[in-house]
Design a protein around this ligand. Structure first.
Ligand code: HEM
Length: 532
């Protein structure tokens, strides 16, 4: 396999033989690239003109479907260097994943930063979560950590994902992103409050890709050599610092440039100013933690740092740019199911849906053999499968010495065999329960949203309130009232300030009460009673 960022173009003769003459894809020299072959200088074109047909028909197929979300993005490459330990404690005590095992161990990475809602050519200064997806090309195969810059998400159950995205995407009739539709949905989705307080604050428009944090958001598990497991959350902190834009800053930037963030990243790498992020993890014992006021499997929550101290596990440096945007940016494919030994799923209900969705969409968007592409292949691990055929297949994963006739297993004739088990089975929690549809018992939708507001600096609070008022002001009055009730449940001041901007008083909303689909905990019930 070729280097992900430097694939040898099909038909070239290798890096030291520069192809100087234009050819067709069949290798035929092109003697005239300016004039279509016609009968006489003014006569009709002929249909057997392979050169013209190949050129135009390839052009006709230059695009693949853009990602249904995160369509605009930018890829860079680099390496991750592991710390291997915390003080004297080896990280291997908690995970047997080899990439974290030794101090100084380096792993190749590809990262794709993105925005979520706009199309492939949309503005990079939009108010939108940013994607932060890393592919680690480890010796045990690839590991993808597919996260965002805000640390939490709008919903906690995958079944709601198409709805939340439809509300955020352009109106299917007017094709304009309509705040009225967004807040119609969010006003019925109280778990979105924490994300909304982040998204409508300056953090909702990062200055560029180099100056933003990254978070795994969902809860995963680490498994050690004994099979013992911990719950884990991942956090990336930029050594460059965090910078955000106000609505006004963003408007000025996007008036002139829709791609300022990719440009900034590309140019920084070209001039050798390599951006770096430190990776921290928070760990929790692998159980449901009844003592906490939130569920550890709820991705609308963060884990308090005073109780779950972030621990440093390594640093990522980006030091190489893509050589072809389509091959590497459009065709790179990340997924939450792409894990290596020692890193595991949790029962986080978002993860299950995500894990189905990514490879499903990629088989459609890129094609069934998307994993054969250089940027997606597990370039640092031996790959040996019995998969054959399919559109655009160009390689077989034959192991050295494998009998090429035997693409099935089990066999005794020189085909592939199952890998020997080297680690004990996991000792994760035992689960039992009826098959039901139910929300997580501890929802606690308002507390962390309120705390986030309280922690903001004054200018951030002012920006948040102004953005809420401007956007929620476009919704119908019952939606405005419902949003206001949620804000009062988060924080008195937030409610009062947004209410003032919308011209709606507390008296007009305080009797709204919880949604039919919502249950309040004791603290929230008291808070509701005390409103006003
Ligand atoms: C991209 C589905 C939640 C982060 C995508 C794509 C799909 C998808 C279909 C396009 C992938 C492609 O075409 O290659 C879902 C579903 C979710 C979910 C069904 C919930 C059930 C999340 C969450 C995060 C996230 C919670 C952040 C923690 C990303 C990122 C990308 C992405 C970063 C872009 C990857 C890239 O750069 O290629 N998602 N997503 N998604 N998603 Fe999600």
């Amino acid at each position: 396999m070729t280097d992900a960022a430097n694939p040898t173009p099909a038909g070239s003769k290798g890096s030291d033989a520069v192809q100087q003459h234009l050819t067709t894809r069949q290798g035929h020299p092109v003697y005239d690239n300016q004039n279509t072959r016609t009968v006489g200088a003014r006569g009709p074109a002929t249909l057997e003109n392979y050169q013209l047909l190949e050129k135009i028909s390839h052009f006709d197929r230059e695009r693949i479907p853009e990602r249904v979300v995160h369509a605009r993005g930018f890829v860079a490459y680099g390496e991750f260097e592991a710390s291997g330990k915390w003080g004297d404690e080896p990280i291997a005590k908690y995970t047997r994943a080899k990439l974290f095992s030794e101090p100084g161990k380096k792993t190749d990475v590809a990262i794709r930063f993105s925005s979520v809602i706009g199309g492939r050519d949309s503005s990079e200064a939009a108010r939108d979560p940013r994607g932060f997806a890393i592919k680690f090309y480890t010796e045990d195969g690839n590991w993808d950590l597919v996260g965002n810059n805000l640390g939490v998400f709008f919903i906690r159950d995958a079944i709601k994902f198409p709805d939340v995205i439809h509300s955020l995407k352009p109106d299917p009739v007017t094709f304009r992103q309509e705040p009225a539709r967004i807040f119609d949905f969010m006003s019925q989705t109280p778990e979105s409050m924490h994300m909304l307080v982040n998204l409508f604050s300056p953090r909702g428009i990062p200055a560029d890709y180099r100056h933003m944090q990254g978070f795994g958001v969902n809860t995963y598990r680490w498994v050690n050599a004994q099979g013992e497991s911990k719950l884990v959350k991942y956090h990336w902190l930029p050594q460059q610092g965090v910078k955000s834009l106000t609505e006004e800053d963003a408007a000025n930037i996007q008036a002139n440039d829709l791609g300022h963030a990719s440009k900034d990243l590309y140019e920084a790498i070209e001039r050798g100013d390599y951006p770096k992020w430190d990776l921290y993890v928070q760990l929790m014992d692998d159980n449901d933690h009844p003592e906490l006021d939130f569920d550890p499997l709820d991705d609308t929550k963060t884990w308090p740092e005073q109780d779950f101290e972030p621990k440093y596990v390594g640093t990522m440096t980006l030091n190489r740019n893509v050589t072809d945007h389509h091959n590497e940016n459009e065709q790179i494919a990340f997924g939450t199911g792409v894990l290596v030994d020692g890193l595991e799923f949790s029962d986080d209900k978002m993860l299950v849906g995500r894990t189905f969705s990514y490879s499903d969409t990629q088989r459609y968007r890129v094609g069934p053999n998307y994993l054969q592409l250089p940027v997606n292949s597990a370039k640092n691990a031996p790959v040996a499968t019995n998969q054959r055929g399919g559109q655009m297949s160009f390689g077989t994963d034959l192991a050295p010495g494998q009998n090429p006739h035997v693409n099935y297993e089990p066999n005794i004739t020189g085909g592939l065999q199952e890998a020997p088990k080297t680690a004990p089975s996991e000792l994760g929690p035992e689960l039992e329960g009826r098959l039901i549809r139910a929300r997580l018992p501890r929802t606690n939708d308002y507390m962390q949203a309120g705390q986030r507001y309280q922690l903001m600096e004054q200018w951030e609070k002012d920006d948040l309130v102004a953005n809420f008022v401007a956007n929620i002001g476009e919704a119908i009055r019952p939606v405005q009232e419902r949003m206001l009730w949620h804000f009062y449940m988060c924080d008195d001041e937030l409610g009062a300030r947004v209410g003032e901007g919308l011209g709606i008083s507390l008296d007009e909303v305080k009797d709204l009460g919880p949604l039919a689909t919502q249950t309040l905990n004791e603290e929230e019930t008291n808070r509701m009673k005390n409103l006003g």
